[in-house]
Design a protein around this ligand. Structure first.
Ligand code: NAD
Length: 308
C-alpha cells in the first residue's frame, strides 16, 4: 500500500514509519519540522519506497495514497502553547485538509487523538463513552479543544461523506526520540538525572499518569487502522504511577545521587489519568507488552547516546 504519515518526522510518527517501511509499504512522510527532525527518519531517506515532503498541514496538498495516518500536531505543552493559535490551525485546518484528501481519494483516515480530550476527568479510569471535563478557555484548550473538534470533523466526514475513519485516543507515550526539551515528564526526569540536576516534581507528586512504550502504541495504531472499528479507541498503558514514583524510579535507574525538588502545579494539570482499554482488548486484541522498567531502560540509553 501507499501510505501517508503526517507528522512522520516526529517522535511517534517516525516509529510508525519504521514499522510501515519494514512491512514493505510505500511511505510518504509529510512534516514541517516544527518539533520533528530529519534525524528521526534519516535511515529511510534514500530508500526507493520512501518520500519526504516538507509541508505545513494547514495548507491543502494533493498526493495519491491508500491510507492516511494523521499525526501532525505538536504534542507537548511547551510546544503547543508556544503559539497557541497556530496549534489550533494545525489541529483543525490540518485535519480538515486531510479529511478532504481522504474523501477525494477514498482513502482510510486515521486520527491521532488524545486522552487530553477527557480533560481533568470526573470518572476513573476513562472509557471512550466519557465526554470529558475540559476547560474551554485555559492554557491547554488550544490543544484539547482542537483535538475534540478534530474528532468531531472526522465523525462528520464519516456520516456525511462516508469517509472511512479510525480514531485513536492516545495516552502518555514515551520512548527513544522524544525531544530533550519537550517538557514531558519522562524526558524531563531522564534529562535532569543525566545532567545531575534536581528532578522537578510539580505539586506533591501524588497526581497519577500511565506510560505506554512507543512500540506498543504503534502496534495498536496498525491494528486499529487495519481492523473494522472506527473507534474512538483508547490506546495506552493502564499501569498507573504517581509522578513521585516515576521520579524515584528514574532517579534510581540513572543517578541515585540526583535530588528531587517540588514546584507548584501548572494550571489545569489533570490529577488522574488512566485508560480503560477494554475496547482495545476486545476490538483489536491489543494490550501493552513492555513493562515500564524495560521501556525506561531503552529510552534512557537513547537519551544517553544523544546527550554525550
Ligand atoms: N506522545 C504522546 O504521548 C501523545 C499523546 C497523545 C496524543 N499524541 C498525538 O500523537 C501525535 C504525534 O505526537 P508526538 O508525540 O509524536 O509529537 P511530535 O511533536 O514529536 O510530533 C508531531 C509532528 O508533527 C509535525 N508538525 C507539527 N505541526 C505541523 C504542521 N503545521 N504541518 C506539518 N507538520 C507539523 C512536527 O514537526 C512533528 O514532526 C500528535 O498528533 C499528538 O497530538 C501523542
Amino acid at each position: 500500500m501507499r501510505i501517508l504519515v503526517t507528522g512522520g518526522a516526529g517522535f511517534v510518527g517516525s516509529h510508525l514509519i519504521d514499522r510501515l517501511m519494514e512491512a514493505g509499504h510505500e511511505v510518504i512522510c509529510l512534516d514541517n519540522f516544527y518539533t520533528g527532525t530529519k534525524r528521526n527518519i534519516l535511515k529511510w531517506i534514500d530508500h526507493p519506497y520512501f518520500e519526504m515532503i516538507r509541508h505545513d498541514i494547514t495548507e491543502p496538498i494533493r498526493v495519491e495514497v491508500d491510507q492516511i495516518y494523521h499525526l501532525a500536531c505538536p504534542a507537548s505543552p511547551v510546544h503547543y502553547q508556544y503559539n497557541a493559535v497556530k496549534t489550533v490551525k494545525t489541529s483543525v485546518l490540518g485535519t480538515l485538509n486531510m479529511l478532504g484528501l481522504a474523501k477525494r481519494l477514498k482513502a482510510r483516515f486515521f486520527l491521532a487523538s488524545t486522552s487530553e480530550i477527557y480533560g481533568d476527568p470526573h470518572v476513573h479510569p476513562q472509557q471512550e463513552d466519557y465526554w470529558g471535563n475540559v476547560n474551554p478557555i485555559g492554557i491547554r484548550s488550544c490543544y484539547d479543544e482542537s483535538k475534540r473538534l478534530a474528532e468531531t470533523l472526522s465523525f462528520d466526514y464519516h456520516r456525511q461523506n462516508g469517509v472511512d475513519i479510525r480514531i485513536a485516543r492516545i495516552f502518555n507515550t514515551y520512548g527513544p526520540r522524544m525531544l530533550e526539551n519537550d517538557g514531558r515528564v519522562v524526558s524531563n526526569f531522564i534529562v535532569q538525572s543525566l545532567k545531575g540536576i534536581p528532578l522537578t516534581v510539580y505539586g506533591d507528586g501524588s497526581q497519577t499518569r500511565s506510560f505506554c512504550y512507543v512500540s506498543d502504541l504503534v502496534e495498536g495504531f496498525i491494528r486499529l487502522m487495519n481492523g473494522d472499528h472506527t473507534g474512538p479507541v483508547n490506546l495506552g498503558n493502564p499501569g498507573e504511577y504517581t509522578i513521585l514514583q516515576l521520579a524515584e524510579k528514574i532517579q534510581e535507574m540513572v543517578n541515585p545521587e540526583a535530588k528531587i525538588k517540588f514546584e507548584p502545579l501548572p494550571q489545569d494539570d489533570p490529577k488522574q489519568r488512566q485508560p480503560d482499554i477494554t475496547r482495545a482488548k476486545t476490538w483489536l486484541g491489543w494490550e501493552p507488552t513492555i513493562p515500564l522498567t524495560e521501556g525506561l531502560k531503552l529510552t534512557i540509553e537513547d537519551f544517553k547516546a544523544r546527550m554525550v
